[in-house]
Ligand binder design. Structure first.
Ligand SMILES: CC(C)(COP(=O)(O)OP(=O)(O)OC[C@H]1O[C@@H](n2cnc3c(N)ncnc32)[C@H](O)[C@@H]1OP(=O)(O)O)[C@@H](O)C(=O)NCCC(=O)NCCS
Length: 171
């Protein structure tokens, strides 16, 4: 199977925050952002493997800053690491002030997708070779995050999470 680059999987999506997307304070609702991130990340994972993908887990989401009504939101998703059938995808979110054009990074999330066949069974995906410093950093951390996610899902014993444990035992 061909080795791919993270840049092959980039998906960029731009949205505008409309009244129906907001809470009573006039801020974008977290659930709407999760939905936008899910779609953008799914397209990215699909670009990587060329197959149907399903969301297996949402591993990390941080809502660092509120996003206001009428602001323009740009999401960028990119596969950070591919395992056997699963792919970790990072989503970075920026907000653009329409009046000034200034952009600020607002949120970040990490989702895991699994490529499946027509019967919903997991299938192999191409591996990935990171290039930039950020891609290498995210690739290196993906194994620990996968172990943590599998432990929380009850699919791995903590004693088997060697790389994750090493984080806590390193001097
Ligand atoms: C995701 C799904 C395909 C996994 O199927 P499964 O029978 O549990 O398969 P496996 O245990 O063999 O796991 C398959 C892969 O998923 C990964 N995986 C499963 N659960 C995971 C989790 N919570 N976090 C991270 N990875 C996970 C496994 O590590 C494995 O990865 P690998 O092949 O790269 O090693 C299956 O659980 C499913 O279809 N879930 C519903 C998906 C869905 O409908 N999502 C939309 C939300 S409603």
């Amino acid at each position: 199977m061909k080795v791919k680059k993270p840049s092959d999987s980039v998906c960029i999506n731009t949205e505008i925050v409309l009244p129906n997307d907001t809470n009573t304070l006039g801020n974008l609702m977290g659930g709407r952002l999760l939905h936008w991130m899910d779609i953008c990340a799914a397209v990215s994972a699909q670009r990587h493997c060329g197959r149907v993908v399903v969301t297996a887990s949402v591993n990390n989401v941080s809502f660092n800053q509120a996003i206001r009504l009428a602001e323009v939101v740009t999401l960028q998703a990119k596969v950070s690491r591919a395992f056997s059938s699963s792919m970790e995808v990072f989503i970075d979110v920026w907000v653009e002030d329409c009046a000034t054009g200034a952009k600020r990074k607002c949120n970040e999330a990490i989702y895991t997708f699994v490529a499946v066949d027509q019967l919903g069974n997991p299938i192999h995906v191409p591996s990935i070779e990171p290039e930039s410093d950020e891609e290498i950093r995210r690739y290196d951390g993906a194994l620990r995050r996968r172990q943590l996610s599998l432990i929380l899902a009850g699919k791995m014993k903590p004693s088997e999470a060697t790389e994750l444990k090493a984080l806590f035992t390193a001097s």
